[in-house]
Write a protein that binds this ligand. Structure first.
Ligand code: KG4
Ligand code: ZN
Length: 335
């Protein structure tokens, strides 16, 4: 099967998303977001996420089929995110996918969430083929990955503490900005001066390609506490802009070093933080100065969605990488 017709389910965190893809082509990508509910609590509440996925999943499956204009009987396979993520949230999608695969007697494919994020680039750019270098920046991960072939990855660097998105979310919280923190910080930063504060950059002068974002996060928190104690009003925009600048600078710098080491001529971005306009612009400028091409998924394909899982699933299906009906959620699955 050259371009299998795959229905994909993604429920690893706070979006219930179901897509229908034909290989790299997206026929439907429905996303039922839980963000307004979790915003009330300042972050994702796992128990609520599981319940909301359970309520939403059947309806989102039907919506995706309707948008794609196909019936269940047309499908060549069912793909589902089985990790990493919140265990209860993952289990909802895995159970729905298993029920469909069993009832339709069609192959089931388990997809690694990060592999899905990387595959968003195949959806974005039909011409993109490995090898390339991918910077994966999400709420849970910060990875520099060499994509050697479809499904073949070599990790060049990773965060040793907080993920980039996690740092955005925590900094947003101390600045009093709403969940999810990334878009809120980006918006606040537009009105701010990125040079107003100088926050520490980790591992300067060290030889590896790992990241650390807990230092910059703590520096922002300390600055906020210091300003509170002096009863000064919080310069939210300047703090947001200076924080964002520090994170973007670190991400770009390590990516450039990884390009030099791997001699890759192509770079891709993936994950929710890749929706950040400052990161996209800075990365593009830095890479084009080196003659390196950059692929960046559209923002809707950067944050969690079913289409990226379907695309990764289609490649696994073609490779005969089929899961059994005993497929289980693996909350801390490694790439
Ligand atoms: O990939 P994703 O949707 O879910 C995970 O797999 O974690 O990423 C979510 C993360 C959150 O931390 C969110 O704050 C961050 O991506 N994010 C952003 C932006 N949009 C989402 N960070 C910075 N700027 C953005 N525009
Ligand atoms: Zn994600």
């Amino acid at each position: 099967l050259e371009n299998p017709l795959v229905l994909a389910i993604e429920t690893s965190c706070d979006e219930t998303s179901v897509a229908v893809v034909r290989g790299r082509e997206v026929l439907a990508n429905e996303i039922a977001s839980q963000i307004p509910i979790h915003r009330l609590f300042g972050g994702v509440v796992p128990e609520i996420a599981s319940r909301k996925h359970l309520e939403a999943v059947d309806g989102v499956v039907n919506a995706a089929l309707e948008t794609a204009g196909i019936g269940l009987g047309d499908l060549d396979g069912i793909a589902v995110t089985y990790g990493p993520g919140l265990v209860g949230a993952l289990l909802t999608g895995v159970t729905a996918a298993k029920a469909l695969a069993f009832a339709l007697d069609t192959p089931l494919v388990g997809v690694h969430h990060i592999e899905g994020h990387i595959a968003a680039n195949y959806v974005q750019d039909p011409e993109l083929i490995p090898p390339f270098l991918c910077l994966v920046v999400s709420g849970g991960h910060t990875h520099l990955v060499k994509v050697l072939d479809y499904g073949v990855y070599e990790l060049m660097g990773r965060t040793r503490d907080d993920a980039a998105g996690e740092a955005f979310d925590k900094v947003a919280r101390v600045l009093g900005l709403p969940y999810p923190g990334g878009p809120s910080v980006e918006q606040a930063a537009r009105a701010g001066n990125a040079k107003a504060f100088s926050f520490p950059r980790a591992f300067r002068g060290e030889d590896h390609l790992d990241f650390s974002f807990s230092g910059v996060k703590t520096a922002v928190i300390n600055e906020v506490n210091r300003l509170h104690q002096k009863d000064n009003p919080l310069p939210v925009a300047d703090l947001a802009a200076s924080f964002q600048e520090t994170v973007v600078d670190t991400l770009v710098r390590n990516t450039l070093r990884a390009v030099d080491r791997s001699r890759m001529k192509r770079v891709a971005l993936a994950g929710g933080v890749a929706a950040n306009g400052a990161l996209r612009a800075r990365m593009k400028a830095a890479l084009s100065a080196k003659g390196v091409q950059l692929t960046v998924p559209a923002p809707i394909l950067c944050t969690d969605n079913g289409a990226m899982i379907g695309c990764a699933g289609a490649y696994k299906l073609k490779a005969g990488n089929i899961a059994g009906l005993d497929l289980n959620a693996v909350p801390s699955l490694e790439l």
